[in-house]
Design a protein around this ligand. Structure first.
Ligand code: 13P
Length: 259
């Protein structure tokens, strides 16, 4: 981490938990949170649980995010949820372009670009996910994939519109596999992402953007990840469903870098 950027720890609860369970998890996090914590904490429950989690989090500093968002405000889009609706349910953030949406729901960079623009327009802070597959990494295409995903997502967005965007680098091969990127691999990708942002929007902008790492983040590996200078936080899946483990991730320890 870098002291100039406020760290963010985010939990992506994916398609887990019913209303009661999500509310209980939110309450446990609220109770266990260090009141003096300086960094940002975000949870992203399923759409059906947003309202209950919002109520449970009332009075706490924990922020609420949707896991996705549609690009239109309203209309005949069966199954979709609009940015205005997720704001109304209490969200300040929206995850966009998660690799599961790209792979399973065939979301393209063009769709992600529309969603990013819509989120910005309706005052939601996007948490934009990017990352390469194992095949792409083995074919030495990681940088090219990240460059393409970033350029596609940000196409047509002006610097003033992207000021609040958070990026999550999530190598697909590390998601849900227990195979975390090493802190050095993650740092290397994060630095590359920051350099791309610098090319797109300049040094000042790039230096202020939070880049989170996601992919098998656990209570026992968060500290070494956070010791890297360009890792500004984490987007956590499985480990964010267990209050005690996620609280340990949230309250990561700043360890000194080896060497
Ligand atoms: P896991 O932490 O379960 O690997 O999931 C990561 C992720 O996809 C967060 O968005």
């Amino acid at each position: 981490m870098n002291k100039n950027r406020t760290p963010m720890i985010a939990g992506n609860w994916k398609m887990h938990l019913n209303v009661k369970e999500a509310g209980e998890l939110a309450l446990a996090l609220k109770k266990g949170l260090d009141p003096d914590l300086k960094h940002e904490v975000l949870v992203a429950p399923a759409f059906t649980n947003l309202w209950a989690v919002n109520a449970a989090l009332s009075g706490s500093k924990i922020l609420l995010s949707s896991q996705d968002v549609h690009w239109e405000e309203k209309g005949a889009f069966t199954g979709a949820v609009s940015p205005a609706q997720v704001r109304d349910a209490g969200c300040t953030h929206a995850i966009i372009g998660h690799s599961e949406r790209r792979k399973i729901f065939l979301e393209t960079d063009g769709i992600i670009n529309k969603k990013l623009k819509a989120a910005v327009k309706y005052g939601l802070t996007p948490v934009l996910c990017i990352g390469e597959t194992l095949e792409e990494r083995e074919a030495q295409s990681t940088y090219r994939v990240l460059e393409t995903q970033l350029a596609g997502a940000f196409a047509g967005l002006k610097p003033g519109e992207v000021s609040k965007v958070v990026i999550a680098y999530e190598p697909v091969w590390a998601i849900g596999t227990g195979k975390t990127a090493t802190p050095e691999q993650a740092q290397d990708a994060h630095l590359f992402v920051r350099r791309q942002l610098e090319k797109l929007y300049g040094k000042n902008y790039a230096g202020g953007v939070r880049i989170l790492y996601g992919g098998s983040v656990k209570a026992d590996n968060i500290d070494s990840l956070m010791a890297q200078p360009d890792i500004d936080g984490a987007l956590v899946g499985g480990e964010s469903l267990k209050a005690d483990k996620f609280l340990r991730v949230i309250h990561f320890q700043e360890v000194l870098k080896a060497g």
